[in-house]
Design a protein around this ligand. Structure first.
Ligand SMILES: [Zn+2]
Length: 151
């Protein structure tokens, strides 16, 4: 089977999509370690599969990954809470107040290979809880690294 055209991972025996759905099911169980890392996992997946990025070109996902790598999960939760408040007050297109020193790369920007993909995080396809947090952190770092190299 051809490797994934977006993240470059082998799709054998499971495609990235299948793994992503398995991961979302775990996230929605709201159990640790998966639930609390839901936003980080989704951001990694979207930025490694840019054709699926939402209309904001991944600005939120990008900000979230930088926040996670620099400030940890507490800061991510603040960022997400802040974005929610902004939405509820209908601040139109207002930039996030937590602005990191990380310009968003263009979605067509050249990027290097991702050294960690969803296949690595999934291990045997089940996203085992043991060392899951460490694998997600490596996934986030690999995602940001690959996108940052061309700039
Ligand atoms: Zn993929």
């Amino acid at each position: 089977m051809e490797p994934c055209p977006e993240c470059g991972a082998s799709m054998d025996p499971r495609s990235c999509d299948e793994l992503f759905h398995a991961l979302l099911a775990l996230d929605h169980s709201r159990q640790a370690p998966w639930g609390p890392l839901h936003g980080v996992s989704v951001s990694c997946f979207l930025l490694q599969h840019p054709s699926r990025l939402p209309a904001d070109d991944g600005a939120m996902a990008w900000a979230l990954l930088h926040t996670y790598l620099e400030g940890g999960l507490d800061e991510v939760n603040q960022l997400v809470g802040q974005a929610r408040r902004d939405n509820s007050h209908r601040v139109k297109g207002g930039p996030l107040r937590v602005v990191r020193d990380a310009p968003l790369p263009h979605r067509d920007a050249s990027r290097s290979r991702f050294s960690v993909t969803i296949q690595d995080v999934a291990v045997d396809g089940t996203f085992p809880s043991s060392a899951f947090t460490e694998r997600v952190k490596a996934w986030a770092a690999a995602t940001v690294d690959a996108w940052s190299c061309g700039t």
